[in-house]
Design a binder for this molecule. Structure first.
Ligand code: SF4
Length: 175
């Protein structure tokens, strides 16, 4: 069983109005993490079919741009395995809405490196279901409150579709 929290009509975690799914569990343990309670894999409410349905319904209004995955750590393998089938439902029902995901891992570091902790049998599929990836651990020494959608300057806003297509990191820079 996976655990989570939901925030609807969120305007802080991605472009436009969004539903944000905070998935519980994170082994990164960054210094000064802004929500260490979510390191616990059992924090929050069970991620059930009913919760999935509630999120899908919340995405329906025209003014909701899409879904954001936050943590905890969405790319913990146990979270990936729960999220991939759900993301497929989101994609099927809302092909024109976008999916953002925040991760403490780096795309061209752990997520694409065989043998690393987060890389598992569904990682590539999960990456293929995301539009914008905000990657990298929060580094307290690099904290910068002026950054858009990021906590520290090492973190990157990545246009994941373009990046996977062109096989090089393409920043997301929508105004
Ligand atoms: S990856 Fe995110 S949730 Fe995990 S410790 Fe770092 S800042 Fe906290």
């Amino acid at each position: 069983m996976n655990y989570c929290e939901i925030k609807k009509n969120d305007i802080a975690n991605g472009y436009g109005v969004r539903t944000t799914l905070f998935v519980s569990g994170c082994t990164n343990h960054c210094k000064d993490c802004f929500q260490p309670q979510t390191w616990d894999f059992n924090y929050g409410d069970p991620f059930t079919k009913e919760v999935e349905d509630e999120i899908l319904l919340s995405l329906e209004p025209y003014y909701v741009n899409g879904l954001t995955l936050l943590g905890g750590e969405p790319f913990e393998p146990s979270n990936q395995r729960a999220l991939v089938p759900f993301l497929k439902r989101v994609r099927e029902r809302y092909p024109n809405k976008d999916v953002w995901c925040f991760t403490g891992f780096t795309l061209d570091g752990e997520l694409q490196r065989d043998g690393s902790h987060p890389r598992c049998e569904v990682t590539d599929e999960m990456l293929s279901l995301i539009d914008v990836l905000v990657d990298g651990r929060f580094v307290a020494e690099l904290k910068d409150i002026s950054l858009r959608f990021r906590g520290s300057s090492n973190q990157r806003l990545i246009d994941l579709k373009a990046t996977l297509r062109e096989n090089k990191i393409i920043p997301w820079d929508k105004k």
